[in-house]
Design a binder for this molecule. Structure first.
Ligand code: NAD
Length: 422
């Protein structure tokens, strides 16, 4: 095993993203100058802003909007509301967005935003005031031609609606294309809400087919039962998989015979957590990663699979619905164990693919039927998976490295074709 797996040191998410980039850049023998440019952040904005809370207090929040690279088009990336948001995390997520858009070949650069806050402890009105003020603060960067936000952890269609409205109020007319993942009534797209989980499901189907694993009866474990994780679990269950374990921020639930997805989704919706589900044993959120299964889907936060727990992970396919769930050290351990990794920039790209389709519909002011969206999503995800698999085979590298190679090559080509200004 390589030295780096022994040296268990904590990397912050941006260092982790840069480490992954460096490894791919080395493999590509990338020019030193390009290497320095692509591992740097192009633009970043930090904002401190006040929000009047319901009890009349003034609270000050910190938010970020980071654009990693704009070579292939306008910046694209979600907005996260979470108590642990840091600039390093947002930088990493922005860099991964650049590679993600490139790996599925949609014409965007990479960005991300975040506000350090705890939405679970805030009222709807407080969240709305926070969103409107944050939108105004970052309005010097966002716009339908420049930088288009979308949902991420603890933000949803409702938050995107407030962003669209705030931006539009400043302009004096409606600008639906400034944000994706909006409610349908104001220019959202059919199929966007489930797109990340659906896209993940398509890549899992491709991986299972490649390995000769029948989906009927295949066991699935999912960490994080939100937009991405719950949808992937539901769709895989519909294909005959047995979802044996799921977790959320409060803990997990395990049933070796399979969890009833419909009842579990209802429980999560009504009680707010999967641990209230009666038909299973309670386990911790980290235990869920270590339950032997055919398909493991981390769908919560970064750095969940580390050198510490990777040796105990027993799965055949790791489909990274979350961004950055696996550290580089853990990656090597899983590769040694023969796990097929569908890397985050591929496995969870369905969200940005349908965001792209939503933005195109907004610009055209013409809306498509859901079948058309599903068909395009499926085609893009399957072709991207096959392309990455082909590169992995040709270049004798793992899927993560292959996805990075595909993405970096496209960004490098765009950079060279544009030239360096001035
Ligand atoms: P979400 O807010 O809908 O769900 C997050 C889920 O994770 C919740 O169920 C929450 O309880 C759970 N969670 C939080 N902390 C946890 C912990 N420590 N252990 C276990 N579960 C925990 O968010 P989402 O949009 O589904 O995002 C999840 C992941 O998917 C993130 O990494 C995000 O960046 C990624 N992602 C989301 C999209 C999208 O379109 N929503 C697209 C691409 C990638």
């Amino acid at each position: 095993m390589a030295e780096s797996t022994v040296e268990i040191r904590e990397l912050d998410p941006f260092q982790m993203a840069q480490r992954q980039f460096d490894m791919a850049a080395e493999h590509l023998h990338l020019d030193e100058g390009l290497r320095k440019w692509l591992r740097s952040i192009n633009r970043e904005l930090t904002v401190q802003f006040p929000v009047i809370m319901d009890d009349g207090r003034l609270e000050i929040f910190t938010g970020y909007r980071v654009q990693h690279n704009l070579a292939r088009g306008p910046a694209k990336g979600g907005i996260r509301y979470h108590p642990q948001v840091t600039l390093e995390e947002v930088r990493a997520l922005a860099m991964w967005m650049t590679w993600k858009c490139a790996v599925v070949n949609i014409p965007y650069g990479g960005a991300k935003g975040g506000v350090k806050c705890n939405p679970k402890e805030m009222s709807e009105k407080e969240l709305e005031r926070l969103t409107r003020r944050y939108t105004t603060e970052i309005s010097i960067l966002i716009g339908p031609d420049s930088d288009i936000p979308a949902p991420d952890v603890y933000t949803d269609a409702r938050v995107m609606g407030w962003i669209m409205d705030t931006y539009s109020m400043h302009k004096g007319y409606s600008v639906p294309g400034v944000v994706t993942g909006k409610p349908l009534s104001i220019g959202g797209s059919l199929g966007r809400n489930e797109a990340t989980g659906r896209g993940c499901m398509y890549t899992v189907c491709q991986a299972a087919q490649h390995l000769g694993i029948p989906l009927e009866g295949a066991t699935v474990s999912v960490q994080g039962f939100g937009n991405a994780g719950a949808t992937a679990a539901r769709l895989l269950a519909e294909l005959g998989c047995r979802v044996i374990a799921v977790s959320d921020s409060q803990g997990g639930i395990y049933n070796k015979n399979g969890l009833d997805m419909k009842a579990l989704l209802q429980c999560k919706q009504e009680q707010g957590t999967v641990i209230a589900f009666p038909e299973g044993d309670k386990v911790s959120s980290t235990d869920v990663l270590e339950i032997p299964c055919d398909i493991l889907i981390p769908a919560a936060l970064e750095a969940q699979i580390t050198a510490e727990n990777a040796p105990r992970i027993k799965t055949r396919i790791l489909a990274e619905a979350a961004n950055g769930p696996t550290t580089p050290e853990a990656d090597e351990i899983l590769a040694d164990q023969g796990v097929l990794i569908i890397p985050d920039i591929l496995a969870n790209a369905g969200g940005v693919v349908v965001s792209y389709l939503e933005w195109v519909q907004n610009l055209q002011e013409f809306f498509w039927r859901e079948e058309r969206i599903r068909e395009q999503l499926q085609q893009i995800m399957e072709e991207s998976f096959q392309h990455v698999l082909h590169v992995a085979t040709e270049e004798k590298v793992g899927m993560r490295m292959a996805a990075s190679i595909v993405a970096i090559r496209r960004v490098v080509q765009a950079t060279l074709d544009r030239g360096v200004y001035p």
